[in-house]
Design a protein around this ligand. Structure first.
Ligand code: M6R
Length: 365
């Protein structure tokens, strides 16, 4: 039931504060992650993990890309991420102390399941699933499971599944990091930041009107670029995927530092450039990337916090986001991009919940 909402996607976007909270519930105290809440075997299975191999498709793959930054930064454990459809068809090396981590909303994605089954033959320490559907094939075939508590997701474009996957992935990262020397203070700092996320997402939802107005500038465009740096690069990828899926505007994401290496040639007044720019250690570098775009007559749409100090000017539209911790920023910064693509699609009159050619669950190759 869509209730008061015009589309399931919009309803699901608005459910995020609640389902993010639900995904944390019973798994964290005010200052730390309860390892046993990740499964009674978790302590044991995570003990000697020396490498994490993440496998997923689509939006779930983007969640894995964000997690890679967290796992290497906080746990100091090397992490690789690959789309399942590629992984399953190449020869790969899996060391026995690898944690094989599949991320899937449905738990029924054919490529992801095939990759898991194939990796099992090669041997690894344990298979962890991050999944939204209890009793799904992926859940049944994994050693350790962290369920996201997003509830049923009806819209084909994944929204609340993604932000709850990120929440679960951060809890997992902290549990792994503790075994690898993360200090109690740093853990407490991040858990406290995570407790603030539902409220921050609510603040972003309150920007809906501003974002809807911005969306009008995309309606008649055929292409868009999405830029981010660091853990915000996968957020940009997810933003581009949302726009493609539901508004049929061609969108590409780039890590902003790659601009000069090619895509800058595309930039003109017909190519809107969307940027996610929290005030992290890359903010200064990102600003000089933005200058490159502006100098070529590009129109910039920036989501940034006040401290990033990006001023609106001609051709630079800025929407200010709440101040967020650098680690939790990818969760919060995803939300305005969901709203942007939603409003563009509504303006274009496309079928928001059931985009052409796509199925909610890809159970065939
Ligand atoms: O159920 P899964 O998470 O395994 O699905 C993976 C992708 O098919 C899915 O995320 C797809 O990309 C969505 N339509 C994205 O909005």
């Amino acid at each position: 039931d869509k209730g008061e909402y015009r589309h399931y996607m919009l309803k699901e976007i608005h459910e995020q504060p609640r389902v993010i909270k639900a995904t944390m519930e019973g798994r964290v105290t005010a200052t730390k992650v309860l390892e046993q809440a990740l499964g009674t075997e978790a302590g044991n299975l995570l003990q000697d993990v020396r490498h994490v191999q993440i496998i997923a498709c689509g939006t779930s793959y983007h969640a894995g890309m964000v997690a890679r930054y967290w796992i290497e930064d906080l746990a100091g454990v090397p992490c690789s991420v690959e789309v399942a459809s590629e992984f399953r068809y190449r020869n790969h090396v899996i060391q026995k102390d690898t944690l094989f981590l599949c991320i899937s909303q449905s738990g029924e994605t054919a490529d992801t399941l095939a990759a898991l089954r194939q990796a099992k033959k090669a041997g690894f320490r344990a298979a962890l699933a991050i999944c939204n559907v209890p009793g799904s094939t992926l859940v049944r075939e994994s050693d350790l499971v962290i369920m996201t508590q997003a509830g049923p997701e009806i819209g084909v474009a994944s929204t609340k599944a993604f932000t709850t996957q990120l929440t679960a992935l951060l809890l997992f990262t902290l549990a792994l990091a503790r075994k690898n020397g993360l200090s109690e203070e740093r853990e407490a700092e991040i858990v406290k930041a995570l407790h603030l996320v539902p409220g921050q997402v609510n603040d972003v939802l309150a920007l809906d009107g501003e974002i809807a107005e911005m969306s009008m500038r995309f309606m008649d465009k055929n292409h868009a670029l999405f830029l981010g740096r660091g853990s915000q690069y996968p957020v940009a990828m997810e933003g581009a995927l949302k726009l493609k899926e539901i508004s049929y505007i061609h969108a590409e994401a780039y890590p902003a530092g790659e601009l000069k290496h090619g895509p800058l040639a595309l930039v003109d007044s017909e190519m809107p450039v969307v940027t996610v720019a929290p005030n992290n250690h890359m903010a200064e570098k990102l600003k000089s990337n933005l200058e490159e775009v502006r100098a070529r007559g590009g129109e910039l749409f920036v989501f940034a916090d006040r401290a990033a100090n990006i001023k609106p000017e001609d051709n630079i539209h800025v929407i200010q986001l709440p101040e967020v911790h650098e680690i939790t920023a990818p969760i919060v910064y995803t939300v305005p991009l969901q709203l942007l693509s939603y409003h563009v699609a509504v303006l274009k009159g496309t079928d928001v919940d059931q985009p052409r050619n796509l199925a909610k669950s890809v159970t065939v190759e």
